[in-house]
Design a protein around this ligand. Structure first.
Ligand SMILES: *Cc1c(COP(=O)(O)O)cnc(C)c1O
Length: 392
């Protein structure tokens, strides 16, 4: 290990022996993150469900389930995987705008804790399927609070023009309908305003909206057992070593102080990125270095099939050369081998002079990295390698 940009957190010798590209997961950091969340929610009526879509790696899911977290799921496949990973069905929520009949049936068979319902038609179908199975479905209504989370347009979910949730202007009708259906148990309200939210302001606005709704429903004598604030807490992609996890204290305190919860009301969260984002790194090797008239390209053996976030959202990940011993720096475009012009991890990236065979780390890739990987171009899916945790 040398100087400069290189970081001491990677067990280079162990990584050198692995076939690239692969995801390297720092389980110590994952455990510290889970401990911090547990510390901030201890003694409060709060349940955190891990949003499995952020990373469905079986080992990662097991680490999270074994610490007593619940799971938030968006497909039948995720329900099955979460059960296998040891999450308790009673601590599962099932989200998503397009749950199909077999997925609803699977959730009912396992008696999962809550369906987060996103439309009137879905509500009626869940009631119908539950009736056919002689069961009652516990549900929360996903409310679209019309709050702009000021994040990327593809990951903003809480504005009125968005496909998610039920408009706040028709909420009363839907609450009344849900209360009247015989095979529906209306448990709560659900919100999720977007992802990679780095300001607290949208969450503070959401607290105000929820307080207003709770007052309104108090007057009508309707009590909700659960209020689900969703997920979306962002991570610091620019400073993975200085800020390996978000400020959970600030986040949870905002809700503890800002929400006027009633007695016997539990607060639910569905955190994905903030739990696993920091602990994952995509490791790859330089296949070629190529110079064109104006640019130098570093061509990696990892591509958009392994990590699509830069191509899909223009996302920025910090990139490091883990093995170069060069003092001199150069500017590169870091690209993958896939036959798409968008297969670019970074433009004008400053790295130590980089050569064929160097090992490159793409940081903060634990969330929506491996879980979004594909086999486009008939490529293999990336592997996964785990640090040995120092403690448990
Ligand atoms: C994706 C999603 C989450 C998790 O979002 P993060 O930004 O990863 O925390 C939570 N709830 C719902 C309904 C989601 O769709």
């Amino acid at each position: 290990m040398g100087q400069g940009l290189k970081t001491p957190v990677f067990p280079i010798d162990m990584l050198q022996g692995q076939h690239t590209p692969f995801y390297y997961y720092d389980l110590d950091l994952l455990h510290r993150t889970l401990d911090e969340i547990s510390r901030m929610t201890a003694g409060a009526p709060i349940t955190v469900h891990y949003a499995v879509k952020a990373n469905g790696n079986p080992r990662i899911m097991k680490e999270i389930s074994s610490r007593g977290f619940g799971a938030d799921l968006v497909s039948g496949g995720e329900v099955a995987a979460a059960i296998k990973a040891g999450f308790k069905p009673s601590e599962m929520t099932f989200s998503g705008v397009g749950k199909t009949d077999w997925e609803i049936r699977l959730g009912l068979e396992h008696e999962i804790g809550c369906f987060n319902v996103e439309s009137v038609q879905e509500l009626e179908i869940i009631n119908e399927i539950a009736a056919g199975m002689g069961k009652t479905a516990s549900i929360a209504i996903r409310v679209n609070p019309d709050i702009d989370a000021h994040t990327h347009k593809y990951i903003t979910t809480g504005t009125a023009d968005n496909k998610f949730g039920i408009g706040i202007e028709v909420l009363h009708d839907v609450v009344n309908l849900a209360s009247s259906l015989p095979h529906i148990h209306l448990k709560g309200l659900h919100f999720h305003i977007g992802s990679q939210i780095t300001e607290m302001k949208p969450y503070a606005m959401l607290c105000d909206t929820v307080n207003r709704l709770l007052d309104e429903y108090d007057r009508e004598g309707i009590h909700f057992e659960t209020i689900n604030m969703g997920g979306g807490l962002g991570i610091d992609y620019d400073n993975p070593d200085e800020c390996p996890m978000p400020d959970f204290e600030q986040f949870f305190n905002l809700f503890k102080q800002g929400l006027n919860l009633r007695n016997n009301q539990r607060l639910h969260f569905e955190l994905g990125r903030s739990i696993v984002g920091g602990c994952g790194t995509l490791i790859s090797r330089v296949v070629y270095v190529k110079e064109s008239r104006n640019k130098k390209f570093v061509i990696l053996d990892a591509g958009m099939t392994d990590l699509i976030r830069p191509a899909l959202y223009g996302a920025h990940h910090q990139i490091q050369n883990l093995t170069s011993s060069q003092e001199e720096m150069a500017t590169y475009d870091i690209v993958g081998p896939v036959c798409e012009s968008s297969d670019v991890f970074a433009s004008d990236c400053r790295l130590p002079v980089t050569r064929r065979g160097d090992m490159i780390a793409i940081r903060s890739a634990g969330a929506y990295g491996e879980s979004m990987a594909s086999t486009y171009n008939m490529r293999s899916l990336p592997g996964s390698v785990f640090s040995t945790p120092a403690n448990g």
